[in-house]
Design a protein around this ligand. Structure first.
Ligand code: SAM
Length: 392
């Protein structure tokens, strides 16, 4: 990080991860081994007539997205979000208040890094295999993978790294409400994958800021985007599905894809959720959120049922979160404050809702009939489904 160029005088070894290297040699030296990740490599010879021009260009090239590969990430931070954080004005926040501050990013880092989370990483890798094998997405024509809610980037890296086998010039663009999360992601993404910039913002609220950056910056770095929102973040959204779909439509272009995973309704959901929130790290995440919102002090004891998610029964309340009657919406409350929303979907109903807003890509693998979703188990035995779609 921070290093944007590197000059070397015919050294046979080029440092891994330093991606803009200039090597000026006396003659053609066949012995120089160039690691495949050194994309910005320039090797003029002293005898070249345009040598001065090539060196000048190398050192003066712009550090904007196009050239600042790998070594530098520009963060576009939203003013609105910055103000909310500065004023600690989290009253309207629900699930996203779990991710306030550095400590929450550290707790999430542990969750995503834990071996129990590996099941999610395997799921996304299998799903990528299905997309590539079934030629559902032509990754050769995708320029950017845009991750909404990147987390610590470990899951994203498993995905993006595998995509590089098909397209080794793909860029990764993380978007998250928490800057520390993006910092972790930029560290965890393989250094051969370029991160031209990152956006720190609330993707549920500040649609325009994200839209402006996407429109202005992505055109410069070419434009076919693969958006993804993983880790069942969709199930935790604070507003309704249609509200979110209408926002997504503003960011997507005709060649873009969107991939989401979401939690499905199943028997024993209540029990599975209870087990999730008995997990030490999830408990810490909730606890930390209460501290950040100044609802408790560090030494406040919370009774055993404090973090038990309960289904919202009242229809008028439920309608704030879902457009589908068949969705079970669990809410976890502390006194009067909602700490977390977790939605469980009926698979046909959510498929049909997505289908009325987007073109759902049919998914099948060798053993299965054509389907609109692909299901996997996630940690704590919860069932989740992946949906892939484009604009209609
Ligand atoms: C459940 S984690 C998922 C992390 C990762 N994508 C994965 O697959 O494990 C949710 C992530 O989304 C971010 N997030 C949640 N709500 C957000 C919002 N409204 N805007 C931006 N980021 C948000 C959180 O900070 C966190 O990094």
């Amino acid at each position: 990080m921070g290093l944007t160029g590197h000059f070397q005088w015919d050294l046979p070894v080029i440092l891994n991860g330093i991606t803009r290297s200039l090597s000026v040699g006396l003659s053609n030296n066949e012995n120089i081994q160039i690691p495949s990740d050194v994309l910005g490599y320039e090797a003029p010879r002293l005898s070249d007539s345009d040598l001065t021009e090539r060196i000048r260009k190398f050192f003066t090239s712009s550090l904007e997205a196009e050239d600042a590969k790998f070594d530098k990430v520009t963060f576009y931070i939203s003013e609105k979000n910055l103000k909310i954080t500065k004023d600690r004005n989290y009253k309207k926040w629900r699930t996203k208040a779990l991710y306030i501050g550095n400590e929450s990013a550290r707790i999430w880092d542990k969750i995503e890094d834990d071996h129990a989370y590996e099941i999610n990483i395997q799921a996304i890798k299998s799903f990528l295999g299905i997309m590539i094998k079934g030629e559902k997405v032509d990754f050769k024509n995708i320029d950017n993978i845009v991750s909404l809610g990147c987390g610590n980037g470990i899951t994203d890296n498993a995905f993006v790294k595998n995509v590089t086998q098909v397209n080794d010039s793909i860029s990764y663009i993380p978007i998250d409400i928490n800057p520390m999360m993006v910092h972790f992601a930029s560290q965890n993404i393989d250094p051969t994958i370029r991160i031209p910039f990152a956006i720190i913002d609330d993707f549920e609220e500040n649609v325009d800021h994200i839209e402006n950056i996407i429109n202005e910056k992505m055109i410069k770095i070419r434009k076919n985007n693969f958006f993804m929102m993983l880790g069942v973040t969709f199930s935790n959204l604070e507003g309704t599905e249609v509200l979110f779909f209408n926002k997504v439509k503003k960011w997507m272009g005709p060649n873009d894809y969107f991939l989401i995973d979401l939690s499905l309704n199943s028997e024993n959901d209540k029990e599975k959720l209870r087990v999730t929130f008995e997990d030490d790290n999830y408990k810490k995440l909730l606890y930390n959120s209460l501290i950040k919102r100044k609802l408790i002090n560090t030494d406040t004891l919370i009774d055993k049922d404090g973090f038990t998610p309960k289904p919202i029964k009242k229809n008028n309340l439920k309608q704030q979160y879902t457009d589908l009657e068949s969705t079970t919406v669990y809410s976890c409350k502390y006194k009067d404050t909602t700490l977390l929303i977790s939605k469980r979907y009926n698979v046909e109903d959510i498929a049909s809702l997505i289908g009325t807003h987007f073109k759902l890509i049919e998914l099948e693998d060798s053993e299965e009939e054509s389907k609109k979703e692909k299901t996997f188990l996630s940690q704590f035995g919860k069932e989740k489904a992946f949906f892939l779609f484009k604009l209609t």
